[in-house]
Design a protein around this ligand. Structure first.
Ligand SMILES: NC(=O)c1ccc[n+]([C@@H]2O[C@H](COP(=O)([O-])OP(=O)(O)OC[C@H]3O[C@@H](n4cnc5c(N)ncnc54)[C@H](OP(=O)(O)O)[C@@H]3O)[C@@H](O)[C@H]2O)c1
Length: 314
């Protein structure tokens, strides 16, 4: 494993992080009984050197993470979890944040969270998050229950990062979680210059998703882009739009190419990989540790998708 520093937090984190949410939720979304598999995935990730584990109140995986890490010296791990936003008309939103944190601590079997995020903050929620929820987070930090404050964007609703662009200008967060992948690299232009300026830690989600793991979905996305005139018909093989990536990069699969693309982006600290499949976990970690894609491939991807800011990869 390789390790890096998560921005101004100073936390030493593995460059690959285990995502315990996403479409897989460690395999538990499709198999709620799949706790043993989930435990094995988390333990294998730790054996591979991953020390960054990301979960959330609403994933239903905090307890299985807690079980898997019981007995491991706490300081060896960096635990990231998230608070679902209370509704905007909640009478006591600060209290709701405090209660959520207590529940997360209990489920995870720990007495502090390294990075506690507000989860999926959309542009419409931002003022509420800033004025009503942030003060509660600061209090929890002062009490030593959380070490650093983060925010994750609602990438599906906000693929052009409006919330992060606005909030980073005010330098509120120690860490952000952002959607960035080869089909929507817009954060390179609009967000990473801001995170770099204030040394905000960056966690990358959506590196692969359906677009890079299901060939039919990639074909569909690219057909739509051709129809809309965003990419010219001759620019890609409509039957297999990213065939050139595999042919010319040495990557064995598109998920490998997708993780390598994100890992070597200046501005990304940790690439999260979310899976319920042990073989995927191992190959994804290997991919994250491989060299960058060749410059010629990166150029071609930039020419095709570099200006897009409305795809998610779903
Ligand atoms: N707003 C937020 O706060 C937010 C939103 C989304 C995600 N997240 C966090 O970010 C983490 C990572 O995001 P993500 O779930 O989008 O991760 P991702 O790694 O881009 O995509 C995961 C999906 O790709 C599949 N996959 C992974 N490796 C594969 C491989 N080698 N071959 C084929 N399919 C593969 C997985 O299915 P299999 O299980 O079959 O491998 C899963 O469906 C999440 O787990 C969560 O912790 C946060």
């Amino acid at each position: 494993m390789e390790y890096t520093t998560l921005g101004r937090t100073g936390l030493k984190v593995s460059v690959a992080g285990l995502g315990c949410g996403g479409p897989s939720r460690l395999g538990m979304r499709s198999d709620a009984q799949g706790e043993n598999n989930a435990l094995a995935i988390i333990r294998q990730a730790i054996d591979l050197g991953i020390n960054f584990l990301d979960t959330a109140q609403n994933y239903g995986t905090e307890a299985v993470v807690g079980k898997a890490i019981a007995g491991i010296p706490r300081e060896r791990l960096v635990i990231s979890t998230k608070k679902t936003l209370p509704s905007i008309d909640h009478p006591h939103p600060e209290e709701e944040v405090r209660k959520g944190l207590e529940q997360s601590l209990k489920a995870l079997g720990t007495d502090y969270i390294d990075v506690y995020h507000l989860h999926g903050v959309e542009p419409k929620d931002y003022d509420f998050a800033k004025t009503r929820l942030m003060p509660a987070m600061v209090r929890l930090r002062e009490q030593g229950k959380i070490r650093f404050i983060g925010v994750t964007e609602g990438f599906v609703q906000d693929p052009s990062h409006q919330m992060l662009r606005e909030s980073l200008a005010q330098d509120l967060w120690d860490v952000v979680m952002i959607g960035f992948n080869l089909l929507n690299p817009s954060a390179r232009r609009t967000v990473f210059p801001l995170t770099r300026e204030n040394r905000v830690g960056v966690l990358d989600m959506f590196a692969v998703r359906r677009a890079l793991s299901q060939p039919a979905r990639l074909k569909e996305i690219c057909s739509e882009l051709i129809q809309k005139g965003v990419i010219s018909p001759g620019a890609v093989n409509a039957q297999d739009p990213l065939d050139f990536v595999l042919r010319e990069s040495g990557a064995a699969t598109l998920p490998e190419a997708g993780y390598r693309f994100c890992r070597h982006e200046q501005g990304v600290d940790v690439v999260l990989t979310g899976t319920g499949n042990m073989d995927h976990l191992k190959s994804n970690v290997e991919a994250i540790l491989k060299p960058a894609l060749p410059a010629a491939i990166l150029k071609k991807l930039e020419d095709l998708f570099g200006t897009l800011d409305d795809l998610t990869g779903n």
